[in-house]
Design a protein around this ligand. Structure first.
Ligand code: SF4
Length: 265
């Protein structure tokens, strides 16, 4: 079993994430999800983490993680705006799967006190709200890692439609073990392995993020149409580079707090 301790505490050395991702795709494209996770662990060892929302489809990837290594770091972003059901589901899945290294991240209280003291920024500026509550905390948490995996899939559409199993951003390799999975494959996997479902799925929620920005969807609607419904926004920003996020915010003339040393590491 790969040693997975203290990754975030070790110093990162620069490496060419784009070249790494290209090589990993050449070697492992179309491998199974478990094969992709094994390949990432073999390549990055304790400098590899998984990021999970513990949402509607998350149990599939987390189950595969548990089969590969229950001590793999799993990062969960508690934005302060999540459904209580999501946090209870997180605890249920941790227990069910025997995960031993789930790390809950929270936004910097100083960022929130400065930019969103009343907690209603999402009503006027969802990009800035996501930046403070998701993008920055995750960028800081990933400081000690060279690669991270998430549950993005091509069938989610938009920017994800041409996803490969390995890509890169901000000098890190991004691993997408389920890139080629369809919605039917996910549901079959959850059923076949008798995995607990997020309680909101029964209420029509197909993709689950923060409470104020998540709605249930109709059967014929695509899974992510309930996220930021009625707005042009389709991604929270954690899958964009820091530069892309800042440029987007600047274009909107938003006020962002100055970046601190380490935000871009
Ligand atoms: S999803 Fe909504 S509430 Fe959550 S961080 Fe983004 S804008 Fe804020």
């Amino acid at each position: 079993m790969t040693c997975l301790t203290s990754a975030a505490e070790t110093e990162r050395t620069w490496f060419d994430a784009e070249a790494e991702a290209a090589e990993l795709n050449r070697l492992y494209d179309q491998n199974s999800a478990a094969g992709v996770l094994h390949a990432a662990l073999k390549r990055f060892g304790d400098r590899f983490a998984v990021v999970s929302s513990f949402g509607a489809e998350s149990a599939a990837l987390l189950h595969i993680v548990s089969l590969v290594n229950t001590a793999l770091p799993v990062i969960f972003l508690d934005t302060g705006k999540l459904f209580g059901d999501t946090k209870r589901y997180r605890d249920q899945l941790i227990k069910h799967l025997g995960l031993t290294n789930v790390q809950t991240l929270r936004p910097d209280p100083q960022d929130i006190a400065t930019s969103d003291p009343k907690g209603v920024l999402w009503t006027s500026d969802t990009d800035q709200c996501c930046f403070n509550r998701k993008v920055l905390p995750l960028k800081r948490a990933l400081a000690g890692y060279d690669a991270w995996a998430s549950g993005r899939k091509r069938f989610h559409g938009n920017e994800r439609a041409s996803l490969k199993q390995f890509d890169h951003s901000d000098g890190r390799v991004k691993v997408n073990p389920l890139a080629y999975w369809t919605g039917d494959i996910v549901q079959t996997y959850l059923d076949e392995h008798n995995l607990p479902k997020h309680p909101l799925v029964a209420e029509g929620f197909a993709s689950i993020g923060c409470m104020p920005c998540t709605d249930p969807v109709g059967e014929s609607e695509d899974a992510r149409s309930g996220r930021w419904a009625g707005r042009s926004k389709s991604e929270c920003g954690i899958h964009l580079s820091l530069t892309q996020n800042i440029s987007k915010l600047n274009k909107q003339n938003s006020q962002i707090r100055p970046l601190r040393t380490g935000d871009t590491s």
